[in-house]
Design a protein around this ligand. Structure first.
Ligand code: AMP
Length: 214
């Protein structure tokens, strides 16, 4: 299974990818998560990425490319779900050539879609456990009492100004990637509204059917 989960920030792809990786024993490769880990670990790459991320901007492609490719290589080019990569057409091209050099290809790009107002609500009410990376939503999935409140944070890029900026960048740079994959017959549209379980069910049937839309 070689899948990309694609969609705007806040569409729920991170939570779905994490669940999918646990249920189907596939590697969840989130470039956002890898970058945040690099920042916490104080690496040179983390230091370069930090200001872009906090402002809700895209981190320069070559930095992210190395992270994503290393992670795909580490799982031997199979059984992975990419979350947050590729985010530009350039990155989609890099990924295609990287995989083709290893004589493999993506099975499908699953594109999750929800209305914009749902995205803003989800992002502004999102909280994260800074130790485990687990996501919460203040209304629908509040952090349990067993978790230390000091570990529950709001990401800087989930603050209102950064959210707007991320949505603009998504429209300008990331949304066109959808058409790029559609033109290649690899895109599967998935309705991202409804409960978590409903969306997961749609993702799973898309993977099992393996039927990209035309
Ligand atoms: P995410 O956790 O996927 O929402 O990513 C958080 C932030 O990490 C993004 O707003 C970007 O600043 C950065 N980032 C993650 N993936 C990429 C990527 N593929 N290209 C550029 N920047 C990225």
């Amino acid at each position: 299974m070689r899948i990309v989960l694609f969609g705007p920030p806040g569409v729920g792809k991170g939570s779905q990818a994490r669940f999918l990786s646990q249920r189907e024993q596939v590697e969840h490769i989130s470039t956002g998560h890898l970058l945040r880990h690099a920042i916490r670990s104080g690496t040179e790459l983390g230091a370069k990425a930090q200001s872009y991320m906090e402002a809700g901007k895209l981190v320069p492609g070559p930095l992210v490319r190395a992270l994503a490719e290393d992670a795909v290589r580490a799982c031997d080019y199979d059984r992975f779900v990419l979350d947050g990569y590729p985010r530009t057409i350039e990155q989609a091209e890099w990924l295609a050539s990287f995989l083709s050099e290893a004589e493999v290809a993506l099975d499908a790009v699953l594109s999750l879609q929800v209305p914009n107002e749902v995205i803003v609500d989800r992002l502004s009410k999102r909280r994260v456990n800074r130790k485990t990376g687990e996501n919460y939503h203040l209304d629908f999935k509040p952090p349990p009492e067993s978790v230390d409140a000091a570990d529950i944070i709001q990401r800087k890029d989930d603050m209102p100004e950064a959210i707007l900026h991320r949505l603009e960048i998504y429209q300008e740079e990331t949304h066109p990637v959808q058409a790029w994959y559609r033109d290649r017959g690899m895109l599967v549209d998935i309705d991202g509204s409804g409960t978590f379980e409903e969306v997961y069910g749609r993702i799973l049937s898309a993977i099992r059917e393996g039927q990209p839309s035309s």
